[in-house]
Write a protein that binds this ligand. Structure first.
Ligand code: PLP
Length: 319
């Protein structure tokens, strides 16, 4: 397991390059959930998601070992984070994206100063290409979650939560490939093991849930959940081992529950959080996490959403 010291070292390294994001509260939300809910506002993070934490730690490590070139295989938040970090650190980056990547995402990556290369439609095609390109140009491939430097970087969010919120009972975060959750577990279980840590997946992207039940990595065939940051089809080798050992509970939410949380955040708290970023709160709002009156920290993991999509995520009310 990655040690608390690894996460603390990562925090020292990256903290001047990222925001210490605020904790938001809402008395409406507390009333609805019958819990004290604290929202870690990582949708307000640089590049719009927590992915900048792991990317910064991993790209800095690559630079320390002499690399001047990095690659990543993601059109989403990881791709944006690597593109941004690389340009800030003065190394060049190529981000391998699917042929059908949205224009908004491509534009963001280009604006951050990285080059784009299109390749296939699946990560099974993109990852080997990103690794090959890194090898050809003496660079480093930066994985999205299954990597010690990435996990230690993601764990820095938990150090901030522990500093910002004393006497917590529960921390809740979404689970895709498991990098964020692994980082949180490495930080929390090595310092405050009494705090329960709960992961959340969409019902239709329940690969980690099934893997934990089976006691081994289990893949699903695919998913079209609206939480596009959680569409991984199996957990990583490293991340699965950490979750298997330390995660207290993994709960599932429906697409409707994710939409409810998205809509609540936008309407009541004025926060634009992407569906993946609203998934942990969806579980709390549905009464699936914690006991009445407990103090619950919820990671809002990101806020990057194509604006034209918003109408499809909110329900029309019949008056
Ligand atoms: C990547 C991502 C996740 C999932 O993180 P993992 O480390 O893959 O589990 C959750 N929310 C958002 C917004 C993301 O970008």
């Amino acid at each position: 397991m990655i040690s608390l010291n690894d996460v603390e070292k990562a925090h020292k390294k990256i903290q001047d390059r990222i925001h210490m994001t605020p904790i938001l509260t809402s008395s409406q939300l507390n009333k609805h959930c019958v819990r004290e809910v604290f929202l870690k506002a990582e949708h307000l993070q640089k590049t719009g998601s927590f992915k900048i934490r792991g990317a910064t730690n991993a790209v800095m490590q690559a630079v320390e070992t002499g690399a001047s070139f990095v690659t990543a295989a993601s059109s989403g938040n990881h791709g944006q984070a690597v593109a941004y970090t690389a340009s800030k650190l003065g190394v060049s980056a190529v981000i391998i994206v699917p042929e059908d990547a949205s224009r908004a995402k491509i534009a963001a990556i280009k604006d951050y100063g990285a080059e784009i290369e299109y390749c296939g439609k699946t990560s099974a095609e993109r990852i080997p290409r990103a690794k090959q390109l890194a090898k050809e140009r003496n660079g480093v491939y930066i994985p999205p979650y299954d990597d010690a430097a990435v996990i230690a970087g993601q764990g820095t969010i938990a150090l901030e939560i522990l500093e910002q919120l004393p006497n917590l009972d529960v921390i809740v975060a979404p689970v895709g490939g498991g990098g964020l959750m692994s980082g949180v577990l490495c930080a929390v279980k090595n310092s405050k093991p009494g705090i329960r840590v709960v992961g959340v997946e969409p019902e239709s992207a329940n690969d980690t849930y099934l893997s934990l039940q089976a006691g081994k990595i289990t893949a699903i065939s695919g998913t079209s959940t609206i939480a596009d940051g959680l569409r991984t089809t199996q957990p990583g080798d490293l991340t699965f081992r950490i979750l298997q050992e330390h995660l207290d509970e993994l709960v599932l939410v429906t697409e409707e529950e994710i939409k409810e949380a998205f809509q609540f955040l936008l309407e009541r708290t004025k926060q634009l959080v992407e569906p993946s970023g609203a998934t942990a709160l969806a579980a709390v709002m549905a009464g699936k996490v914690g006991e009445p009156n407990e103090r619950v920290a919820v990671v809002l993991s990101g806020g990057n959403v194509d604006l034209y999509q918003i109408a499809t995520l909110v329900k029309k009310r019949n008056v």
